[in-house]
Design a protein around this ligand. Sequence first.
Ligand code: NAP
Length: 250
Amino acid sequence: MDLKLDFKGKTVLVTGATRGIGAAIANDFYQTGANLLLTGTNMEEINELNRSCGEKSRRRYLQVDFSEDRSLENFLSVIDNYNRIDICVNNAGVNRIDPINDTTMEDYNFITKINCHAPFAICRKVSRLMINQNHGRIINISSIWGIITKKKRSIYSLTKSAIVGFTKALSVDLAPYNILVNAVSPGFTMTELTKSTNTETEILNIAEQIPLKRLAQPEEIAKVVLFLSSDLNTYITGQNIAVDGGFTIV
Ligand code: NAP
């Protein structure tokens, strides 16, 4: 039995792939042979990444800002030009931390557009291609805050729970077409997002509360995403896999 991950010849879309968990996922897919369509928000950075990858690279970066309707529409029309997409990872996500009375509708619109609206629209688009192929894998990145919650997470938890519900419903719609749809819920992971939303002392305190006594590295989340996306996964669909060092079970 060959248990190696091999994505040679597969076309993989990963949103929010310029840093953190998305970059680790993109890197693992690249190392295992995939052709990649990747997104980030900063045009200069995207140009630089495309330049450094070279014209014949299996990686193509696109600038997309999911908080802007026109940018999302443009991106959806790029997907239209693809003949096939084998794997779609909706990873891009944002968080703003405030008690409910300090949140604004602007916060709500911003976070829901990026964390929910964009993954929904992208899944609608790629699922058409996947239905035609009679094959596909979709992974939506949720969060431990979609399973449990804590203070000041009202909008974030709303979006991350929603993406789990959406994942379940989508998996049922797409099951007849050999398309498996799952969510992955990272626990605390050492990325820019974590550093910007927690102080150093908070990070040390968090590690103490995790059964494995440490935060995750982005690569530890990526490995699970790759397994679920691979042909090794033939029977897991509609699930939300927590990759959290045991945080949500204590
Ligand atoms: P990150 O380091 O902040 O990276 C976020 C990615 O999303 C970047 O590539 C960023 O692109 C992109 N992005 C940000 N705003 C965007 C927008 N308006 N439109 C399109 N893309 C946008 O985040 P991360 O920590 O790796 O998190 C990745 C995913 O895991 C998110 O869905 C997050 O909610 C989830 N998660 C993270 C943790 C954690 O501890 N880090 C825990 C649970 C769940 P630019 O950098 O180019 O702006």
